[in-house]
Ligand binder design. Structure first.
Ligand code: FPP
Length: 231
């Protein structure tokens, strides 16, 4: 059975999970972090080479200040607690998006975690923080324009050249994109990279997602016929 090399997940439904239990939204996000831990482990066991998770979009700044603070607190906690495990298990941490605008201590934690795991050779865990696919493409276009201004021929801009300018540079091609909680949108996530990805929308709310749900998603991927434009 074919296993997707690179899986991306839009982890949606934390708020609804909490609401259904009359709990504050932060309780849903906390359970969301537990799901993230379970799924990261399961991805490794399934042989997935790269797992990319949408933790905070560039549009999430529109949420109430308190919720943003809670999410940043969870991220801080996650990085402090998981870094040793990631180092031990050979996971390589990558960040997509402009995380440099986050609080200084978070930027330091992230830089430290990325540096400490950079020479690992295990699976890649890519976390999207303050990420938006359109902004990612704008940055790529600007960098390529600068190169052209400096003398690079326009013809040198091809798909591979754009790939190299994206935050996902060096990751395997995206095979499978999953969104939980029944919503069927890409919400500005990996728009370029999803060109040939299989899309899977599941009803499960993210805090209820687990290794078995990921295995089901991988099995569903295995049943799809991928043609990449051919017959
Ligand atoms: C969507 O649920 C989820 C998010 C906006 C954030 C996902 C974040 C986590 C799983 C935890 C923090 C991440 C790390 C890396 C520590 P929603 O709030 O939009 O749910 P709703 O649509 O039901 O309201």
């Amino acid at each position: 059975m074919p296993v997707p090399r690179h899986v991306a997940i839009i982890m949606d439904g934390n708020g609804r999970w909490a609401k259904a239990r009359r709990l504050p939204r932060i309780a849903g996000h906390r359970q969301g972090v537990e799901a993230l831990r379970r799924v990261t482990r399961a991805a490794r066991e399934l042989g997935i080479e790269a797992l990319t998770l949408y933790a905070f979009s560039s549009e999430n700044w529109r949420r109430p200040e308190e919720e943003i603070g809670d999410l940043m607190g969870l991220l801080r906690h996650f990085l402090r607690n998981e870094i040793d495990t990631m180092v031990r298990e050979g996971v390589r941490l990558r960040i997509l998006g402009n995380y440099r605008v986050l609080q200084d201590d978070l930027v330091r934690l992230i830089d430290d975690a990325v540096a400490r795991t950079a020479s690992n050779d295990g699976p890649i865990l890519a976390i999207a923080l303050n990420y938006g696919a359109q902004a990612e493409l704008v940055s790529a276009a600007r960098r390529l324009a600068e190169r052209v201004a400096a003398g690079m021929p326009v013809e040198a801009i091809d798909e591979a050249a754009i790939d190299r300018e994206l935050d996902t540079q060096g990751l395997p091609p995206l095979d499978l994109m999953i969104r939980t909680s029944g919503e069927q949108r890409l919400s500005n996530f990996l728009l370029w990279q999803a060109a040939y990805a299989e899309l899977l929308f599941v009803e499960t709310l993210w805090p209820d997602f687990d290794g078995a749900a990921l295995a089901d998603a991988v099995a569903a991927f295995g049943r799809r016929q991928r043609r990449f434009g051919g017959l």
